[in-house]
Design a protein around this ligand. Sequence first.
Ligand SMILES: [Fe+2]
Ligand SMILES: [Fe+2]
Length: 276
Amino acid sequence: MKIAVLADPHIGSTNPVFVPNWEKVVADVNARSDIDLVVVLGDLTLLGSEEPQDLLFGRTALDALTPPRLVLPGNHDVGDIARTSHQPCNGERLARWQEHYGASHWHSDRLSGWRLIGLNSQLIGTGLAEEDAQWQALEDALATCGSRRPVLFTHMPLFLNDWDETDRPAWALMTAGRNRLRQLIRDYNIVAVVTGHMHRTVQLDIPETRLIWCAASSFLTYDQSMPEQPGAALLGLTILTLTDTEIGVEFVELADLMVSRIEDFNGTIYRSPPKD
Ligand SMILES: [Fe+2]
Ligand SMILES: [Fe+2]
């Protein structure tokens, strides 16, 4: 069984610069005959957190995909974890997401032998009522897996370099949520944690699980403007192969994508958060 993970498309009607890349990734997925499911791993839109028409644009764009799909939001879609942000994730932004895409977290038993669990990372650490509901739903989904093996999908990585690093909520989950997930990963033998957001690719086996950072289709970044991070710069998509026991990873670089780095747009598209 194969899942095509599409991370960080950053498409929108307000600025369509990354739409041609999205269309090429969609064409690649549709041309494959072996994809059972697509997971869109957040930052589907460029400015959905600020411009509702981008959420509608993203929703409509999904109709071009042939396989069935599950969709998660990212910071560009529903806002930031940090309460001090100019665009915090809040009830209003979550309601706008839900209007177009349904629930912002879910689980699915669509693939035999597996339970796919999607978390809205933008809730984790916010203290919103929706965060409590998500933790409850996660614990229920894990407790009722039975013989199914659980795998987590969420936009933000657990951490950039290690479990004990300083909180940087623009880049990764914060300590309390990260540690709570760490315990659940151990307790329920979560096979892998599949994330986007960093626009870098990583496959890293740690004692607790397998960490997979998925390829973006939109843009790359310059190392000097980013916090220290692992991984490789690659634009394309990620194919997960689910066997009886584990999840294999293939990062697919698509040669005909426009390759750009967000800093070269000089803030005209989106201003990246400071690296610290
Ligand atoms: Fe992104
Ligand atoms: Fe992101």
